[in-house]
Design a protein around this ligand. Sequence first.
Ligand SMILES: [Zn+2]
Ligand SMILES: [Zn+2]
Length: 168
Amino acid sequence: MRKLGLIALATLKPGDNRFELEGQPRDFGCEVQEVKENPSFEKLLGTVVVAVIITRSGQRFLVRGRVRFRARLYCAICGMEYERDFDEEMFAEFTSLERNRGGYARELEPDEMDRVPIDADFIDLSALVRDTIHLAIPIAPCCRPDCQGICPGCGVNLNQGVCRCPKG
Ligand SMILES: [Zn+2]
Ligand SMILES: [Zn+2]
């Protein structure tokens, strides 16, 4: 299976390395099972576009980027379906740990605790992309800031029509 977001460490030069990735959610490793379990992924329309800069400094890799995608959502207030574009920031720091030497494992230094260790020859951006998408989609989306909702009396969508309830 094709997997986008897998960056070989050997290809990263010191300083800034720019990447533009575009693909379907599953190209970023969203398995069918995961799509079923995570409703966010079912709502995605079209492709996911990732623009990222990986700054290499020795064995440290600072990842800064943006994830752009479009999603279909249901307004939590009026229930109408609507579509929205997202443009989300993505940030992480990876550090390449030295492999075991002399038969003992090296412990993480205190200043390494907040970094994602990579004990491989690749940085995998796909989990970062998936987390960014999942966190971006609101639990209670709103079709617009001033959504008027549905009148509980006559059932009219107050964004589109006028309340027909008898006055007084
Ligand atoms: Zn609404
Ligand atoms: Zn009404």
